[in-house]
Design a protein around this ligand. Structure first.
Ligand code: SAM
Length: 284
């Protein structure tokens, strides 16, 4: 990571590349118990959040990630009533989940309360559903939360975490997937951000293997664009308990009662088609 007076640049070691935004000024900096939180005002991308030197989101393009982390899973499940989000402290995923009227409760388990408090100040549009009576904001370790979750009590688990290092490392292993499998009801779905397909295929492959190993019947990886993240192209991986992932509530997605900027029924269908190099490497 390096900064010149007018650019914030994240150098991404593992991909030998960098992402940069022209900034007007730094709006906030603090060291929380868990990480360094920085907010910048950019010239063209709205506000920018950085955690421990890793770019998390900009006002301009976060809709791509938040919509793809939520709507494909929620339109695949036949009746998602209880949703748990692990991480997701900026609250953008929570806002998308609560757009679904059939959701009765959405619990967000974020380890670092400061991320949410800072998001409330600098990304208020992402936090506008935090006061929804169906929303429950917990500040706790998602690994411990899933360990203690009641069996067969959740319909959709969304792992909207940082990269698999530090406190998020334990969200990418077999023991964690086992706790998710146990906590999901039949037909339940786990969806996890799964890093860039172009450079992190071995990680995606291992996540998928571990998900199958713990008993998930079907696993699918959906790529989508995300300019603010390394390579500009990201993915989420869905795993389903006791049912497949080939179809979704296409009619429901076509006639959804809320507006989206990226997600649509057609985008959903397209995201289920993998580029050749991914299809071959992942054995689909
Ligand atoms: N969209 C972002 C990305 O993919 O880079 C992630 C955004 S969200 C801000 C990620 C959050 O995960 C962070 O706020 C971090 O504190 C949280 N987190 C990391 N490990 C966690 C854990 N074990 N339990 C709960 N939250 C965790």
């Amino acid at each position: 990571m390096s900064s010149s007076p007018s650019w914030y640049t994240e150098e991404v070691g593992y991909s030998g590349s960098a992402i940069g935004f022209r900034v007007k000024k730094k709006l906030h900096e603090e060291q929380s118990r868990f990480q360094k939180i920085e907010i910048y005002e950019t010239t063209d991308w709205g506000n920018l959040m950085v955690l421990d030197g890793c770019i998390m989101l900009t006002s301009r393009d976060n809709f791509l990630y938040h919509e793809m982390m939520s709507h494909p899973a929620l339109f695949t499940h036949s009746n998602p009533k209880r949703v748990v989000i692990i991480g997701g402290g900026d609250c953008g995923t929570l806002r998308e989940v609560l757009r679904h009227r059939e959701v009765e409760q959405a619990v967000q388990v974020e380890i670092d309360e400061r991320v949410t408090r800072v998001a409330e100040q600098y990304f208020p549009e992402l936090c506008e559903a935090n006061g929804d009576a169906r929303a429950q904001l917990l500040f706790d370790d998602g690994i411990a939360y899933m360990k203690n979750a009641a069996p067969e009590s959740i319909d959709v688990i969304i792992v909207d975490s940082t990269d698999p290092v530090g406190p998020a490392e334990g969200l990418f292993n077999e023991a964690f997937y086992q706790t998710c499998f146990k906590a999901l009801r039949q037909g339940g779905i786990l969806v996890q951000q799964s890093e860039p397909p172009l450079t992190q295929l071995p990680l995606i492959k291992s996540m998928r293997q571990l998900m199958r190993q713990v008993g998930f019947a079907a696993v699918r990886t959906l790529p989508f664009p995300q300019p603010a993240y390394p390579t500009g192209w990201w993915s989420c991986t869905m795993a389903r308990k006791g049912a497949d992932l080939s179809g979704f509530r296409e009619r429901g997605a076509h006639s959804k009662s809320f507006a989206t900027q990226y997600y649509s029924a057609d985008i959903h269908k397209a995201a289920l088609v993998l580029p050749e190099f991914m299809r071959e490497a992942l054995g689909e």
